[in-house]
Design a protein around this ligand. Structure first.
Ligand code: DAK
Length: 264
């Protein structure tokens, strides 16, 4: 296992590599991992670096066992003007996370509220502990979700449920989230990282180019009209026939042996 290192010279984000999986841990315990501009920027930059790192195939984003993130740092924006909010690079960071090509798994325990819930939903899969609590409480402090909450939550759990949570600011559990299609797996708190790692390692064992294009294609399903999505899916499918891993995968099947994928 590679030594834990601190990213970007602060102690607010910890990055560790275990084999082909990189684990990013939010670490601002005194404010329940509230996402300051600088922390969000670090998460984004670190993800971009890991996206370019050939040794990494999957990322796991967590806040540890107590809290995922209680939202954007309210202290940092309480007195901000609309213009200041708009010119901050916050929105750009969210867009950059959306462009990460490797799969990201959120491993959530405790509160995932506001920007914290939005950050979990920016990931590709969500594994949650039984103690995880989700919500978009922005309405309680005079605003509304601004980093994808109204769109991603609605697409995941449906308009009527999302409307209720966003208009009342009430919270829902991991179990509810799983029943509604937002959460992949709910596990006892002590098994959270084990389960997230097992899922990450399973995906990391798959041919990386196919994983990357498949992630992109699934994401289109939320973004584009069906005809366009099907067309783009087919283009990605054809592209994979230019890869060695496609030849290896199909030959291995026919030769009744395990494939050895190289990411080429
Ligand atoms: N920001 C700053 N500090 C926070 C915080 C937050 N979001 N959440 C908690 N803390 C701090 C508390 O102030 C407290 O600090 P001290 O008093 O000890 O100095 C410490 O963390 C422990 O919190 P509590 O004492 O409140 O702990 P409890 O267990 O009693 O309650 C709680 C936990 C999570 C229920 C409560 O802390 C809470 O309601 N927190 C706020 C949750 C919230 O409203 N989240 C949404 C924030 S708004 C943008 C896009 C999106 C956004 C912003 C910009 N752009 C595109 C520009 C996102 C906005 C949001 O997320």
């Amino acid at each position: 296992m590679e030594k834990v290192r601190e990213a970007a010279n602060t102690s607010e984000l910890l990055v560790e590599k275990r084999g082909a999986v990189a684990i990013l841990t939010l670490h601002r315990p005194q404010v329940l991992n509230a996402l300051s501009d600088s922390l969000l920027r670090e998460v984004t930059s670190e993800m971009e670096q890991l996206d370019q790192d050939p040794g990494v195939r999957v990322m796991v984003l967590t806040g540890g066992d107590k809290v995922f993130a209680a939202g954007a740092d309210i202290k940092g924006m309480a007195e901000a003007s609309s213009a200041q909010m708009q010119i901050s690079d916050r929105l750009a960071n969210w867009e950059r996370i959306r462009k990460i090509s490797k799969p990201i798994i959120a491993a959530v325990s405790g509160y995932a509220l506001g920007g914290g819930c939005e950050l979990a939903m920016s990931c590709d899969l969500i594994v949650a502990s039984e103690k995880a609590v989700f919500g978009q409480p922005e309405i309680l402090i005079g605003v509304m979700p601004g980093a994808g909450g109204t769109q991603r939550l609605t697409r995941a759990i449906g308009k009527y449920r999302a409307m209720e949570f966003i208009l009342t600011g009430s919270r829902f559990t991991a179990q509810q989230g799983m029943e509604w299609g937002l959460i992949n797996r709910v596990v006892p708190p002590e098994l959270l990282m084990e389960e997230a790692m097992a899922l990450a390692e399973e995906i990391a064992s798959k041919p990386p180019l196919a994983v990357r294009l498949a992630k992109e294609a699934v994401s289109w399903a939320q973004d584009v009209e069906l005809g366009e999505g099907l067309l783009k899916e087919r283009q990605h499918f054809y592209k994979l026939f230019d890869t060695e891993d496609q030849k290896e995968g199909m030959r291995a099947f026919l030769e009744k042996r395990k494939p050895n994928f190289k990411g080429k």
